[in-house]
Design a protein around this ligand. Structure first.
Ligand SMILES: C[S@@+](CC[C@H](N)C(=O)[O-])C[C@H]1O[C@@H](n2cnc3c(N)ncnc32)[C@H](O)[C@@H]1O
Ligand code: SF4
Length: 458
């Protein structure tokens, strides 16, 4: 049998597909399965099963940014008016109190992640007020791990010190690319010196896990330009590097991807070469590949979790810790009780109004069926460990014959190895893991989407 070469495989398998930060993926949530009451019940159930052992996680979405980066697919709100901060923090604290009132004991918080938008848009005083307000009704779990996203242009020493004093030890900086032509096209002018400065400040303060976000596939990127960006990045020795594939999703309302021509974007095979080049340079600098788009130093928790098969994936991407209950606070945040998902209002005004009415600001969600829960575990196994097994009765699905049928072509193309009751994605086929997950995605198989909803898989 003659196998397809890499570029033919990329051409064949580069199709629109989910990034599997959840299962079911958000477009396939069945909102009819969930009313606010059932969401609250699932939170209570998950809390009672996990609070005293592993604790819970909080994700707090902080949506404001001072200017729009034209590649960005995050839920953000652009403003230079810092007067918006107070009302937003008030709403987050009120929302937290609504959750606390549901629970029958004090929450023990194992993880906090501040995401955005730009959490460091907020002043040190407001960041303090928010975290102290959270802990008026909670304790720290003995293994706590607190992190936040920071924009190098908008982060001060005072903010870094304040968050460190509040227990934060991990931060991620949005770098994206250092090339001036690329930076101009994405409307994000940010010098190496600015990044170096905040990186050094963070190390001096005591942060022991620093991550840098880089994107491949941005307009005007070339192998030479990405090599320069990566060399600058590894010279600062971040503990982790997120090497994201640019998700081009201009059809999503409010995303604001503009300012460059689609012809300026590196196309399929070239885009993949940018990834392969990055991977080679990260390996040479001593990093290990984690899951689909992360690299970390062997000393970092992410590498350790991967080796111990404890890697987890959630709405924030790959994480070393896993709690059954993750409460998402703030506009657009997604909460996960393991048995259900719930998303908050996506417009900041709607979010604040709902909270001020004394209601949880959830506008959609999904209650997982028994079948969803099994598929969820298979997809997590594949995304985190590149293999899965249905040997155990609890992992069996009645649709297994159809799933195996969908995997036949990938098997024939030598991307995976199928055994009696398990499958392994070959190390060399890591880039196709989203396609393998799609074979298990029963909701997608039942209901092929009309129109564009996902970015490309490769
Ligand atoms: C909320 S931002 C990071 C914090 C801060 N706002 C900043 O820009 O520095 C989270 C990360 O998502 C990634 N991201 C945003 N839009 C993306 C897209 N369209 N494709 C791939 N990654 C994207 C970027 O790497 C970005 O650093
Ligand atoms: S990349 Fe960061 S700073 Fe830029 S618009 Fe997105 S969230 Fe805001």
């Amino acid at each position: 049998m003659q196998y397809l070469d890499n570029s033919a495989l990329i051409q064949k398998y580069n199709i629109p597909g989910p990034r599997y930060t959840s299962y079911p993926t958000v477009p396939f949530w069945d909102n009819n399965t969930m009313k606010l009451g059932s969401w609250e019940e699932s939170v209570k159930k998950s809390f009672s099963q996990s609070n005293t052992s592993e604790g819970i996680s909080l994700y707090i979405h902080m949506p404001y940014c001072e200017s729009l980066c034209t590649f960005c697919a995050c839920h953000k709100h652009i403003t230079k008016q810092h007067s918006v901060e107070d009302a937003y923090i008030d709403a987050v604290l009120k929302e937290w109190k609504l959750y606390v009132d549901l629970l029958d004991e004090e929450p023990s918080i194992a993880e906090i992640h501040l995401g955005g938008g730009t959490p460091t848009f907020f002043s040190s005083e407001n960041l303090s007020r928010m975290i102290e307000g959270i802990f008026k009704h909670a304790t720290r779990h003995k293994t706590f791990d607190f992190s936040f996203e920071a924009h190098p242009n908008e982060t001060t020493k005072k903010q870094m010190q304040t968050l460190f004093d509040l227990g934060f030890n991990r931060t991620s900086f949005g770098i994206q690319d250092y090339n001036p032509t690329v930076q101009k096209a994405i409307n994000r002018i940010q010098t190496y010196e600015t990044v170096q400065n905040i990186n050094t400040i963070s190390r001096d303060i005591g942060y022991n896990s620093i991550s840098h976000d880089i994107i491949f596939g941005l307009p005007h990127q070339t192998k030479e330009s990405i090599q320069d960006t990566i060399e600058k990045t590894v010279s600062l020795k971040p503990d982790r590097i997120a090497y994201y594939s640019y998700a081009h999703v201009p059809w999503i309302k409010g995303v604001g991807q503009r300012g460059f021509d689609e012809n300026d974007l590196p196309q399929d095979a070239y885009k993949r070469e940018l990834y392969e080049l990055g991977k080679k340079l990260f390996f040479e600098a001593g990093y290990e590949e984690i899951g689909m788009d992360h690299f970390s130093l062997p000393t970092d928790k992410l590498s350790i979790a991967m080796k111990e098969k404890k890697l987890h994936r959630n709405f924030m991407g790959y994480t070393a810790g896993k709690t059954k209950l993750m409460i998402g606070l703030g506009m657009s945040s997604i909460s996960d009780s393991w048995y259900a998902f719930a998303q908050n209002e996506k417009r900041v005004e709607d979010y604040i109004d709902r909270v001020n009415e004394g209601k949880l600001p959830v506008f959609r969600g999904h209650l997982l069926s028994d079948e969803d829960l099994i598929v969820r575990k298979h997809i997590l196994n594949l995304m985190c460990n590149l293999n899965t097994s249905w040997e155990d009765n609890s992992m069996k699905l009645s649709h297994m014959p159809q799933i195996l049928e969908r995997l036949e072509e990938m098997d024939a193309d030598n991307l995976i190895e199928i055994y009696d009751n398990s499958l392994v994605v070959k190390e060399s086929s890591r880039m196709f893991v989203r396609n393998v997950c799609m074979a298990f995605d029963l909701r997608l198989a039942e209901n092929q989407p009309e129109g564009k909803i996902f970015s490309m898989t490769i």
